[in-house]
Design a protein around this ligand. Structure first.
Ligand code: ZN
Length: 413
């Protein structure tokens, strides 16, 4: 059965190529399963973007693009205002490095302050349109909060699976939206998720490598990265950097840039750049080794917590290769310095987001980089959720018991 309004979307198995009608398939490819294999399903669209309709579109954020996203019921779609984030020029870092057209894409402007809102808006709305009333996710941060918020807005129940040691602020935020939170050992997280997803009334949010439990809907929301940047710049940037754990954001963005190229809106793809911590740099290592399958590295906990993944996705590798892009990495110290540089620009970002800025000096040295073309750093999330407020502020806080005391403080500045 093909669902209403979705005749141009199909699910296709990445392993065997079998195609399926649009629907709530979250346990991988049935054809592969009969042969004991795992086949992950991906959404593909047969219709193209209309090159004329960028300026004719109304609305903002994801709502502006519903006709080219896998949305079953446009009237019922609830975005919470996700997407449509600002693209602002750098005032300081670009000048310092000698990149005249450096831009920041401010994903902290999303409703739950991270790029995950684009992903969760798509998958939670898909779940509800398929008749689900319960969504489940395994996450240590931004994704957990986004799932809790969208479940609340869509009047659904949510279960958030987190490992021991998850920051209290994340738990407080998820419970603020009335999510149920299960704290487990790190190793147990994915089995817990699978257990929930095996129940017929739970829909899993998120993508899991080499696991049959996954949904193909969320990553489609990241196509809008490309639409927004192309619309704003009027061209493709020369390079676009994403902080990457698995690289789903980069991969979804790649699909969006392909749409723009096919529609004649851009001539060439931007070089897509994965920015990772230097001990969690699965993409960089895989590209260096010429591997099509992402290399798994030993576990490493970076200060860039959201990007501390041992293995990235094969799709992200493929997207980087096809776009002529790169996998780069930065040390812990370089990442912290980049956080401080962004503070000078008036931007409080999650440490992982600063990876893009931390990798810029290396990007400038790679063959084929054109510093005269626009460069976009995707700053994936705000820093507020991750801050230890006491740590930074203490040295700048002074007691002012009297007005003369206060005047002495003023005189010191
Ligand atoms: Zn298959």
């Amino acid at each position: 059965m093909t669902l209403r309004g979705q005749r141009n979307w199909r699910l296709r198995c990445q392993t065997c190529g079998t195609e399926y009608d649009f629907g709530p398939m979250v346990h991988g490819c049935p054809e592969c399963a009969t042969r004991g294999k795992i086949g992950l399903l991906e959404l593909t669209r047969s219709s193209a973007l209309n090159p004329e309709d960028f300026s004719a579109r109304s609305g903002r954020g994801l709502d502006r693009w519903l006709d080219v996203l896998p949305v079953q019921d446009k009237d019922a779609f609830l975005s919470l205002g996700a997407g449509g984030t600002a693209l602002i020029p750098s005032r300081i870092i670009g000048k310092r490095l000698g990149i005249p057209h450096l831009y920041f894409k401010l994903e902290q402007q999303n409703p739950t302050a991270s790029f995950k809102d684009r992903f969760v808006a798509m998958s939670a709305n898909a779940a509800r349109s398929f008749g689900f009333r319960k969504i489940v996710v395994s996450s240590t941060g931004n994704l957990a909060v986004a799932v809790a918020a969208y479940a609340a807005a869509l009047e659904m129940e949510s279960m958030v699976i987190v490992p021991h040691g998850t920051p209290a602020g994340i738990l407080a935020e998820a419970s603020f939206y009335n999510a149920r939170i299960a704290v487990t050992d790190r190793e147990l997280r994915f089995s817990a998720l699978e257990t929930a997803a095996r129940r017929p009334d739970w829909f899993p949010i998120g993508l899991f490598l080499a696991k049959p439990v996954q949904n193909a809907f969320g990553v489609e929301g990241y196509r809008t990265f490309a639409y927004e940047v192309v619309e704003e710049l009027g061209e493709a940037p020369g390079a676009m950097l994403f902080p990457c754990a698995r690289g789903n954001g980069l991969y979804g963005g790649f699909k969006g840039f392909l749409d723009c190229r096919d529609a004649g809106l851009i001539k060439t793809l931007p070089r897509l750049v994965a920015a990772q911590p230097d001990k969690a740099n699965s993409i960089e290592v895989s590209l260096q080794r010429g591997s099509d399958i992402a290399v798994e590295l030993p576990p490493f906990q970076s200060v860039a917590k959201s990007t501390s993944e041992a293995v990235s996705s094969d799709d992200a590798l493929d997207a980087i290769r096809k776009s002529g892009g790169y996998g780069l990495s930065a040390s812990e110290e370089e990442i912290q310095d980049a956080v401080a540089s962004l503070a000078e620009e008036g931007l409080n970002v999650e440490t992982s987001s600063a990876l893009t800025v931390a990798c810029l000096p290396k990007l400038m040295k790679v063959e084929g980089f054109d510093r005269e073309r626009p460069v976009v750093c995707v700053l994936t999330a705000g820093g507020q959720r991750w801050m230890d407020p006491a740590k930074k502020a203490l040295s700048r806080i002074c007691e002012a018991a009297t007005i003369p005391d206060f005047e002495r403080l003023l005189d010191r500045i």
